[in-house]
Design a protein. Structure first.
Lengths: 426, 252
């Protein structure tokens, strides 16, 4: 990082010493995980740059936007409707929760058997090392799993302003009505916060920006179906992670630019691994930055990841929002319908997720699925058994890995993953 | 062709040297804190055409013996067990720190496998810790369990909790022999649960260091409702599998 951002971080109230420690770990971890990969697409340089400036230039952009009167909304979940935020000229950013930080502090407030994602969110807030938290005008919590729902009751005292949104657990008409009422209320809340009005035209603008971003990710996903794989799973995941941080229009353009490059690669039959390399779909809990542990192990074991059935992945980016509505109400209906398609494990029943995993695996030519469950994440860990039984029944080898952000089980995971790759090779 | 297999486990390092399909040499030593030194000692003076490493330390081994092939314990145990018990379709392997259940198809290929969680519950280490808590040597511990008329049930699967449980049971005057049997039983039921993750088709082979334990042999047979077959030298199954796999990879 060439620019000195320390004054900015200080102004944001970060603990500079702790923040230095975080960056001191993150930088080398990124280098080691990403930059040494074989035959990376040239377009990934943009994402390297974004990551190198993730606490720098991007934060400066957010602060500049705030000075210009825009509001920054921080969120932990794909259920927060970006269309509405953008319609009110706000900026939505994903918040850091992908690493262990200040765990001992977090465990003073949370039981030890809380999932690493929630503990991570608390740790970042308590240690004052997340500039996105500090830059956010409001943080949106959502009642998805019990851990988050109850966690937000405590988290609200750690951040300047927390807004909690309820989320249904079933997708029938009552559930839909609940989500609609919550989105409507959220829109009204943001209108007050931004001093702007939520009109049909504004919503259309928001929908267009988010749809463009999603469409670029759908294009990327289709290209990842090629064998040899034109891009690594780590880089695919990275793009899905940056999805939550970057300026939507610039992100869309950068993804499309990579897609152009990947199309040329596919034409030349060029890839990051030889044709016939075992192809794996990763399914399960979200992997927030810098949670690269499992994908790095998988690709080091000689397989290539071709897709992520995850909130940070296709679960989060699937399905466009219909933009044909004319009134604010019709457009809101379309937004609600789109978000209800997210097959998060908090829903019951959640059969659509099983179908989605199967159709992804088939479309991407995956020979096996690795299910990633965060320890103590009951919804996904319980659903993992159902997923495994169904996929194995369909002839799709499946491996369940339950882990957290710690490094002590890397050796054991390596053994399981390597043995799984051996099984796929036959 | 002389093919050597070395299994660098958490508690012991096992070596098997094959000439064709015939085992010409086998050796084992405790892993200790310097596994590479143990490997060097075990390899000293041996001549071979191919070498294949498996086990916990397989990647470390390859860093120092770059000519070595590397396979996982799963594949190694599967290859070793099928060589020793050709009609086996299910394998239970309990080592020092890992336990695994492997289902094989009719051709002997790995169809499905599951392993224990990241902690050492249900493995050899659990047995050792419990033996220590009861002030038994390894041999005494197994013999005591064999003598017990009934088992003192242990409710905890966690090594650390089970240790405190044993301590409090001792304080209440429980029989040491019955506790020894209880510890063995808890491993057997843990193993049966692990086997629930794969289709269990007879013949069931039992390998790994713990398969030498006669008490575990009979308890696991009961728990999985199939008599388990233990090959000669069960501790060497993975090392043998590596040697055989190395030989067949070399032929390809």
């Amino acid at each position: 990082m060439s620019t000195d951002y320390r004054p900015m971080w200080k102004e944001l109230g970060l603990d500079l010493e702790a923040h230095d420690a975080l960056l001191g770990v993150l930088g080398p971890l990124y280098e080691q995980t990403f930059t040494k990969q074989h035959n990376r697409p040239a377009g990934m340089q943009y994402f390297d740059f974004v990551m190198s400036e993730v606490h720098g230039l991007r934060i400066k952009e957010l602060l500049d936007a705030k000075k210009a009167g825009r509001k920054v909304v921080g969120a932990f979940c794909t259920f927060v409707p970006e269309e509405i935020v953008l319609a009110l000229d706000g900026i939505l950013v994903g918040l850091c929760a992908g690493a262990e930080f200040a765990t001992a502090e977090a465990e003073k407030l949370l039981p030890r058997n809380t999932c690493a994602l929630i503990k991570g969110a608390f740790g970042f807030a308590l240690a004052r090392v997340c500039p996105y938290l500090s830059a956010s005008d409001v943080i949106v919590g959502e009642n998805t799993c019990d851990g988050k729902k109850k966690g937000y009751e405590i988290f609200k005292d750690l951040v300047p302003r927390l807004y909690v949104m309820d989320i249904p657990q079933m997708k029938g008409p009552e559930g839909r009505a609940l989500l609609r009422a919550e989105f409507k209320k959220f829109g009204a809340y943001l209108e007050k916060l931004t001093g702007k009005e939520l009109t049909a035209a504004a919503l259309k603008k928001g929908i267009a920006a988010v749809n463009a971003k999603r469409a670029a990710m759908h294009r990327l996903s289709k290209l990842r179906a090629a064998d040899p794989a034109p891009i690594s799973g780590l880089d695919g995941l990275l793009m899905n992670q940056v999805y939550f941080y970057d300026d939507p229009a610039r992100f869309t353009a950068s993804v499309n630019k990579i897609c152009d490059e990947l199309e040329q690669r596919i034409e030349r039959r060029e890839g990051v691994a030889p044709k016939g390399t075992p192809r794996i779909l990763v399914s399960g809990c979200p992997m927030a930055v810098p949670n690269w542990k499992l994908p790095a192990i998988i690709e080091k074991a000689g397989a290539v990841i071709v897709g992520e059935e995850s909130c940070v992945g296709e679960r989060g980016t699937q399905a466009l929002t219909t933009d044909s509505g004319r009134t604010e109400d019709e457009l809101l209906d379309a937004i609600v319908d789109r978000y209800l398609k997210i097959d998060c494990a908090i829903f019951t029943p959640n059969d659509s997720r099983l179908e989605h995993i199967l159709s992804m695996a088939r479309a991407l030519g995956a020979q096996g699925v690795i299910h990633y469950g965060l320890l103590f994440c009951s919804p996904y860990q319980i659903e993992a058994g159902t997923v495994e039984r169904r996929l194995e029944k369909e002839g799709l080898p499946t491996l369940r890995i339950d882990t957290d952000y710690g490094q002590e089980d890397v050796g054991q995971i390596q053994t399981r993953v390597e043995a799984f790759v051996e099984r796929l090779r036959g | 062709m002389r093919s050597l297999g070395i299994d660098i486990g958490s508690r012991a390092i096992k070596l098997v040297l094959c000439d064709g399909d015939r085992v010409v040499h086998r050796a084992v030593q405790d892993t200790g804190s310097d596994p590479l030194a143990v490997c060097r000692r075990l390899l000293d003076g041996l001549a071979y055409d191919a070498i294949t490493a498996t086990g916990y330390g397989r990647h470390l081994f390859r860093e120092h013996w770059p000519e070595a092939g590397v396979i996982t314990e799963i594949r190694a145990v599967a290859a070793g067990a099928t060589a020793l018990i050709p009609d086996c379709r299910t394998i239970v392997d309990i080592g020092g720190q890992d336990s695994k259940a492997i289902a094989l198809d009719a051709a002997g290929k790995v169809q499905k496998f599951v392993m224990n969680d990241r902690c050492a519950a249900g493995t050899g280490q659990f047995l050792e810790m419990m033996a220590t808590a009861l002030a038994y040597t390894r041999e005494e511990f197994v013999a005591a369990a064999g003598r017990a008329p009934r088992a003192q049930k242990l409710s905890s699967m966690c090594s650390v909790f089970a240790q405190s449980e044993v301590v409090s049971l001792i304080a209440r005057g429980a029989s040491k022999e019955e506790m020894a049997l209880g510890v063995h039983q808890s491993i057997a039921s843990r193993t049966a649960a692990l086997l629930g993750g794969v289709p269990v088709v007879p013949v069931v082979a039992f390998t790994g260091g713990c398969a030498q334990n006669p008490c575990l042999q009979s308890l696991i047979s009961e728990a999985v409702r199939h008599p388990v077959r233990v090959p000669d030298w069960p501790q060497f199954a993975a090392a043998l599998g590596s040697a055989l796999q190395g030989a067949s990879d070399g032929r390809q």
